[in-house]
Write a protein that binds this ligand. Structure first.
Ligand code: ADP
Ligand code: MG
Length: 529
């Protein structure tokens, strides 16, 4: 017989939490994360001010950003943060919603566990609930194939509602929708594909937040190589060069900036002829602007300037590619390869004042565009940029799928009521878990109401009444507290955002519910000698 000695399997640096305590710990953590972001939900949600250890300030209403800035360490909480991150990566919006849903699922799980319902039954009920929810979402979706500008604008407006930059909501929405439609690639079957990298967001401090603009072209963080070159080029014919522009035989490695013709005496006559020949050759192709991925030697710069050619050197490769897409040109290796066929066009190249960027705009059929955002402070611009990015992502989701749902608590009420009906057809203990799954959706209108200073119970009662009467688009007008047709109010969201929130939220909660043993290995400080 083995003695009474316990067998030690785990290292002594493993912190272990078991059974109910582990469950409770994860439930508390998920609820804590949800409650950290829930006050930001909806048009009347408030912002959070986050201060990093470095002192950097972020003011935001964006769930993903808030959670990213808080370094969460609890493993259960981390899973919820991951849901928000996945939501942000996959669809670009709905992060707060996803966190609230997980928090609610865990709170419901707490109740079910108290009723002695086994975690595997809960997990199964949640899985069935999720499948039903996705089916309801698909069935409720409004389908509008193609570039329905009106719906896309509504989607953009809904996404930026409630952010601190709401004053420019309409203009930003216009810009974003135009940007996405411009770069969208229409496939043979009539559907669209958008590469989000084709929309470049650039920011600058200064001017007004209203001065945001869509540049049908590209903005580059560089300026012309030589002051003697023109600051503006109208009707630009653009050469894109991959290799350095220099005369290799040059004896004098001129380190000095060549600004006058006298300094050219440092070059032999033959070299001067070759340099001039190079600039003349470029000019002869019709090009009046050169973007070079490598360096342009000073002497070449001098002659380009004399020819009135605008030039930028050391353009990063990614920017070269984007430029080529914007201006419709081809990148070639050397000046000999330049001909009319490879030149790109832009109606204007213009160096911005006060800031070292150059705008290449007025491209005829750009495959990439830039959005230039301006604002009085970095904190404001950062939040504006996040809003534009969110809007861009949702418009992209909507354009690609052509499927929409109605927000403002309308779809959520529908989900809640239909899942409850479905649960009653299942029976047994699983029914209780499915019912719980349905109830979580009430949290969306409830939170919208709470954040707007409305009575959440009244709101839920009114919503259910309207939906029972067949008004499936009935949602909550957060300004009046009245039940309103949210479709007519233009509160429209892409189906994809809600689907993703339901799916990843349910999956995370299901995993967490099944955990009854947490083993956390602490990193051990090196043992002292
Ligand atoms: P999330 O991070 O989940 O996107 P938001 O703060 O953007 O959080 O809030 C989204 C919620 O606000 C959605 O449920 C959406 O339907 C709702 N919403 C947006 N605009 C309105 C509006 N004008 N009236 C009522 N609800 C709205
Ligand atoms: Mg949102």
């Amino acid at each position: 017989m083995v003695g009474q000695q316990p067998i030690i399997i785990l290292r002594d640096n493993v912190e272990r939490t078991r059974g109910q305590e582990a469950q409770r710990s994860n439930i508390m953590a998920a609820k804590a994360i949800a409650s950290a972001v829930r006050t930001t939900l909806g048009p009347r949600g408030m912002d959070k001010m986050l201060v990093a250890p470095s002192g950097d300030v972020v003011i935001t209403n964006d769930g993903a950003t808030i959670l990213h800035e808080l370094s969460v360490s609890h493993p259960g909480a981390k899973m919820v943060v991951e849901v928000a991150e996945t939501q942000d990566d996959e669809v670009g919006d709905g992060t707060t919603t996803a966190c609230i849903l997980v928090g609610e699922l865990m709170e419901e799980a707490e109740r079910l566990l108290e009723m002695k319902i086994h975690p595997t039954v809960i997990a199964n009920g949640y899985k069935l609930g999720m499948q039903k929810a996705l089916a309801i979402l698909d069935a409720q979706a409004i389908i509008s194939k193609g570039d329905d500008r009106d719906l896309l604008l509504k989607v953009a407006r809904t996404a930026v509602t409630g952010k601190s930059i709401e004053g420019v909501r309409d203009s930003i929405s216009e810009i974003v929708v135009n940007a996405v439609i411009t770069v969208a690639e229409k496939r043979a079957d009539g559907t669209y594909l958008v590469d989000e990298d084709d929309i470049n967001i650039k920011t600058m401090i200064g001017d007004n937040i209203e001065d945001a603009e869509l540049v049908p072209g590209f903005i580059i963080d560089k300026t012309r190589v030589d002051e003697a070159m023109p600051k503006k080029v109208a009707n630009a014919k653009i050469a894109l060069l991959a290799q350095a522009l220099e005369i290799s035989k040059t004896q004098v490695k001129a380190k000095i900036k060549i600004t006058s013709s006298e300094q050219m005496h440092a070059f032999s006559e033959q070299e001067q002829g070759a340099l001039k020949g190079l600039a003349d050759k470029i000019r002869a192709t019709g090009a009046n602007a050169v973007f070079c991925q490598k360096g342009i030697s000073d002497a070449v710069q001098y002659y380009l300037a004399k020819q009135g050619i605008f030039a930028i050197q050391d353009v990063p490769e990614a920017d070269m590619k984007a430029l080529a897409k914007a201006v419709g040109g081809t990148i070639v290796n050397k000046p000999d390869d330049i001909d009319n066929g490879v030149l790109g066009t832009a109606s204007m190249i213009e160096e911005m004042k006060d800031i070292k960027i150059t705008k290449v705009s007025g491209c005829v059929n750009p495959k990439t565009v830039s959005i230039l955002l301006k604002g009085g402070s970095q904190v404001l611009i950062d939040e504006l940029e996040r809003a534009v990015y969110d809007a861009q992502r949702v418009v992209q989701d909507a354009l690609e799928d052509g499927k929409y749902i109605v927000g403002g608590g309308a779809i959520d009420t529908e989900l809640s009521m239909q899942i409850r009906d479905y649960a009653s057809t299942v029976g047994g203990r699983t029914q209780l878990a499915i019912e719980a799954f349905g109830r979580i959706f009430d949290a969306i209108p409830r939170t919208l109401a709470e954040n707007s200073g409305l009575d959440p119970i009244d709101v839920l009662v009114d919503l259910k009444k309207a939906h029972s009467a067949g008004k499936k688009y009935a949602g909550i007008d957060v300004f009046t507290g009245k039940v309103t047709d949210m479709y007519k109010a233009g509160v429209i969201e892409p189906l994809r955002v809600k689907r993703q929130a339901v799916q990843s939220g349910a999956e995370a909660a299901t995993m967490l519910v099944r955990v009854d043993d947490m083993m956390i290995t602490q990193s051990r400080a090196p043992a002292a000698m």
